[in-house]
Design a protein around this ligand. Structure first.
Ligand code: 5GP
Length: 210
């Protein structure tokens, strides 16, 4: 943020939602506004058609991923939907926050829980976590099937995970009741806007102003 009177540290926006809620499309739409950076996660899952390394994810072998974990390079990581690893690189996030740039993380409920429990004061202080709640499980199933990227077995597994994840909403600072893509976007932007005006986040620059 640049303002003649005030400066602030970046905000860490964390967004979680059951698979099929429309979170990826929401994040893509949010990415079109350049007022924050989107943190590109590392994953051991293979790229889907059309996905690019370094754009959608950093696609890593399990060995490389686990070596980053051992070296303390991950802010958080988790095994999502059973087996593949997903994780957020610490340096990218912390560098942006220090520079006053907001960061958006699209991570699962386990990842959000471990960030909430961090003992890093900068990360703790900057965290704003948001849960996107699907309207109903039936609607979630409909949306998952419409997407058509998963096998029947994967649909069932994602629905089971979705059921469990939906119970986690009270742990988040905000819960968005998912409607249309446009509605979700407006709601998320409203949260972003309000959080940016929190007085406690602002620090005066050293300029006279009375
Ligand atoms: P997908 O394989 O469909 O791209 O993502 C599956 C799930 O992994 C999504 O719920 C997404 O939020 C989660 N995910 C993506 N990146 C990360 C990450 O860096 N950490 C954690 N914990 N979860 C992630």
């Amino acid at each position: 943020m640049s303002h003649p009177l005030f400066r602030r540290q970046g905000i860490l926006f964390v967004i979680s939602a059951p698979s099929g809620t429309g979170k990826s499309t929401l994040c893509e739409n949010l990415r079109s506004t350049p007022d924050f950076i989107y943190s590109i996660s590392c994953t051991t899952r293979p790229p889907r058609a059309g996905e690019e390394d370094g754009v959608d994810y950093h696609f890593l072998s399990q060995e490389d991923f686990l070596s980053k974990v051992r070296n303390g390079e991950m802010l958080e990581y988790a095994q999502v939907h059973g087996h593949h690893y997903y994780g957020t690189l610490k340096t990218t996030v912390k560098k942006a926050l220090t520079q006053g740039t907001d960061v958006l993380l699209d991570i699962d409920v386990q990842g959000a829980a471990s960030i909430r429990e961090t003992d890093d004061p900068m990360v703790k202080d900057s965290l704003v976590d948001v849960f996107i709640m699907p309207p109903t499980l039936e609607e979630l199933e409909k949306r998952l099937r419409k997407r058509g990227t998963e096998t029947e077995e994967q649909v069932q597994q994602r629905l089971q995970t979705g059921k469990k994840e939906s119970k986690m909403w009270p742990l988040y600072k905000y819960t968005i009741l998912s409607g249309s893509m446009e509605e979700d976007l407006i709601k998320f932007r409203a949260i972003m806007r309000a959080e940016r005006y929190l007085s406690r986040r602002l620090e005066l620059n050293n300029v006279p102003h009375d």
